[in-house]
Design a protein around this ligand. Structure first.
Ligand code: CMP
Length: 143
């Protein structure tokens, strides 16, 4: 199976808790290579655009407020079956429902403050990697 990219992003709670290093080690131990990464702070417009698909959901305003409350660390992660495997590694949206050993079970505190984001389909992986990283930084990585 060819290696592909997914977008993994450490959320403001993960950065603020000082657990970013432990979470990145966990991700690398699962066989992911970090091909691009950046510590950045989203504007409300950027967070709103990134989560546009949820704009009619009741939690949208809270989600945008939380995602702009501190720095985030988006990463282009490469691995075979990257999108599906990363979803497995991060666990269910709600840490209370996440499987033992998953990042959200180990490091997240609530459905909103859930430590990490992962693309939910290969199509969104392409869109979300391109959202954060210019073509010049990821050229040649799509296999
Ligand atoms: P994420 O995987 O980043 O994708 C959308 C995010 O919306 C999700 O993680 C959660 O953090 C957030 N979210 C989903 N459902 C709820 C909810 N009921 N209340 C608050 N936030 C939510």
């Amino acid at each position: 199976m060819a290696k592909i990219l997914t977008l993994g992003m450490l959320k403001p709670d993960a950065i603020a808790s000082g657990k970013a290093g432990a979470i990145i080690a966990h991700i690398q131990n699962e066989g992911f290579s970090i091909r691009a990464a950046r510590l950045t702070r989203l504007t409300p417009a950027q967070a709103g655009k990134f989560y546009e698909v949820h704009k009619d959901r009741p939690f949208y305003a809270d989600l945008v407020a939380f995602m702009t409350s501190g720095p985030v660390l988006p990463m282009a992660l490469e691995r075979e079956d990257a999108v599906a495997h990363f979803r497995k590694v991060i666990g269910a949206t709600d840490p209370a429902e996440a499987a033992p050993g998953t990042i959200r079970k180990l490091f997240a505190e609530s459905k909103g403050k859930n430590a990490v984001h992962g693309s939910d389909s290969p199509e969104n992986g392409v869109r979300e990697v391109a959202f954060f990283f210019p073509e010049s930084e990821i050229a040649g990585l799509w296999g």
